[in-house]
Write a protein that binds this ligand. Structure first.
Ligand SMILES: *[C@@H]1O[C@H](CO)[C@@H](O)[C@H](O)[C@H]1NC(C)=O
Ligand SMILES: *[C@@H]1O[C@H](CO)[C@@H](O)[C@H](O)[C@H]1NC(C)=O
Ligand SMILES: *[C@@H]1O[C@H](CO)[C@@H](O)[C@H](O)[C@H]1NC(C)=O
Ligand SMILES: *[C@@H]1O[C@H](CO)[C@@H](O)[C@H](O)[C@H]1NC(C)=O
Ligand SMILES: *[C@@H]1O[C@H](CO)[C@@H](O)[C@H](O)[C@H]1NC(C)=O
Ligand SMILES: *[C@@H]1O[C@H](CO)[C@@H](O)[C@H](O)[C@H]1NC(C)=O
Ligand SMILES: *[C@@H]1O[C@H](CO)[C@@H](O)[C@H](O)[C@H]1NC(C)=O
Ligand SMILES: *[C@@H]1O[C@H](CO)[C@@H](O)[C@H](O)[C@H]1NC(C)=O
Length: 442
């Protein structure tokens, strides 16, 4: 059995921190096998896909901006202030650019409910999504000076993905009703007697290389029928670049769509938030959809210099109705300021993995947290996981190395400390920031 797993089931450390490895000591499972290349010759056969798709062609130039009054039925000018006061039903992509403010009034619906529809708002002024108002679309991109998402508001791209990147296979083949993959693999409820549970999965993970700046759609879940496609849709894409203040009291959603009892859940999409400062206790979610087998979580990256409240962030896999103990694999959450990666399945038990591939060297990541039933795996014959700070396995987090079908594989683990606590602290927060409230670097 080539696979080495760290779950520390046999160690119950109740102290807060233990140091197992001190840089630069190296833990290695097998010192004989130096000759393995990083990715072995038939890795394509093993994975059936390319994890790092070629970069897409440059986007076409922007169309001219839509007009506030003529195209959107609003009041005012985008170069001063455009107010959207009644529902807008869009049928195609819109691009809104100007020097002013853009306000969507309370309760107003600004919708383009087509797969892959795109709404881009690129303004030098401020953006408000008021109380109980909603934006529904496949892709939402915002560039603004300040942006406020009020209580009860929602940017909802759930299940509205367009196509995932070419040469990725996030949608499972076959009629098993398996979940779609993206940040984590989709679950599959069909057990193969020849394989271990963690070697059976639905749609595979992709877009690892853009984990720090996620921009891919989630993928569709599989179906249980040849005639009817029951799979849930993939999660959409949200990108926000806010120069000053982001106030987030509403919800930002890029969840996979639900597949019901006959289809796999779609995988979560991508959310990328960049701001100088963020306040508010809203909800940010790119989870896998529920289904016969759950979809994998998507990818979230936050790059916020100064964070004041704790928004709730979720990137877990979807529930599997056909095998409740095996939810979709956790997606990835990257914090660009702390340079830390979190893989958490929000306590949803699973046999389905989240793939970790190459780790950056310059600069190194600071910490990797695998927690709340997240299962991270480094599925290579030779691998190195190197971080500056901590590799921490908490609340039944599992980190495994190697490939099941090879007699041996080699790995190196380099970290300042290896921290694990199988039990969970009470009151422990899903997204434990490096900086606590009131301790922001300013
Ligand atoms: C938008 O569509 C909804 C139903 O989908 C309809 O109730 C509403 O009147 C439409 N609004 C506009 C402004 O066309
Ligand atoms: C926003 O507009 C500026 C020009 O005003 C352009 O350079 C930039 O690429 C646009 N960004 C997006 C995301 O559309
Ligand atoms: C927003 O919606 C909630 C629940 O539907 C309702 O109680 C509240 O009055 C609404 N607020 C506004 C300003 O419309
Ligand atoms: C952005 O928001 C902050 C905090 O509410 C405010 O102080 C600042 O003036 C705003 N900037 C602009 C250009 O409106
Ligand atoms: C937009 O939001 C800001 C607070 O984030 C608020 O001060 C301002 O009044 C709002 N403007 C409108 C027109 O709703
Ligand atoms: C937001 O709305 C919910 C219910 O719709 C309410 O429970 C909550 O107190 C509100 N929060 C704020 C800050 O207004
Ligand atoms: C988001 O959209 C999905 C699919 O259109 C819908 O089922 C869900 O209720 C929406 N969520 C919110 C909070 O509006
Ligand atoms: C996970 O489970 C542990 C132990 O039951 C609990 O303390 C922790 O709060 C849970 N975390 C989440 C995110 O549900």
């Amino acid at each position: 059995m080539a696979r080495i797993q760290f779950n520390f089931a046999f160690i119950h450390f109740l102290t807060t921190t233990i140091t197992l490895t001190t840089y630069p000591r190296v833990l290695s499972s097998d010192s004989e096998s130096d000759s393995f290349p990083i990715i072995d010759f038939d890795s394509n056969l093993l994975f059936h896909q390319d994890y790092s798709p070629p970069s897409p062609p440059p986007p076409p130039p922007h169309p001219p901006s839509s007009s506030c009054t003529d195209d959107l039925g609003g009041i005012g000018l985008i170069d001063t202030a455009c107010q959207i006061v009644t529902d807008v039903n869009l049928t195609r992509d819109v691009y809104i650019e100007g020097k002013g403010n853009f306000y969507i009034h309370p309760g107003v619906r600004f919708h383009c409910p087509n797969f892959g529809c795109s709404i881009t708002i690129n303004i030098s002024g401020n953006f408000n999504l008021s109380v109980n108002s909603s934006i529904l679309t496949g892709t939402f991109e915002l560039v603004a000076n300040n942006a406020s998402f009020f209580n009860g508001s929602v940017v909802n791209t759930t299940g509205l993905a367009g196509d995932p990147p070419p040469q990725t296979s996030g949608t499972p083949q076959g009629l098993e009703g398996a979940g779609g993959g993206h940040g984590g693999r989709g679950a599959c409820c069909l057990l193969d007697k020849e394989k271990l549970p963690e070697d059976v999965w639905g749609g595979d993970a992709y877009s690892w290389s853009s984990l720090q700046e996620p921009c891919s759609y989630g993928s569709k879940g599989g179906s249980t029928s040849k005639e009817v496609d029951y799979g849930g849709g993939g999660g959409g894409r949200v990108k926000m670049t806010v120069k000053e203040y982001l106030v987030l009291d509403g919800a930002i959603l890029a969840d996979g769509g639900h597949g019901g009892a006959k289809g796999g859940g779609g995988s979560g999409g991508s959310i990328h938030l960049k701001a100088y400062k963020m306040t508010g206790g809203g909800r940010i979610s790119a989870c896998g959809g529920n289904g016969f087998a759950g979809g994998g979580g998507g990818r979230i990256s936050v790059d916020i210099f100064s964070r004041h409240d704790d928004p709730q962030i979720f990137v877990h896999g979807g529930n599997s109705l056909g095998c409740p103990k095996n939810a979709g694999g956790a997606g990835t959450l990257y914090d660009a300021v702390a340079r830390s990666l979190t893989v958490s399945n929000h306590n949803m038990s699973t046999d389905t993995d989240t793939l970790l591939l190459e780790f950056p060297y310059q600069p190194l990541w600071t910490n990797i947290y695998v927690r709340n039933h997240g299962r991270a795996t480094v599925p290579l014959l030779w691998s190195r996981v190197q971080v500056q700070g901590q590799i921490s396995l908490l609340c039944s987090g599992v980190l495994s190395f190697g490939l099941a079908h090879y007699a041996s594989s080699e790995f190196e683990l380099l970290a300042e400390e290896l921290f694990n606590e199988r039990l969970c602290n009470q009151g422990y927060k899903e997204w434990k920031g490096e900086r606590k409230k009131g301790e922001n670097i300013e």
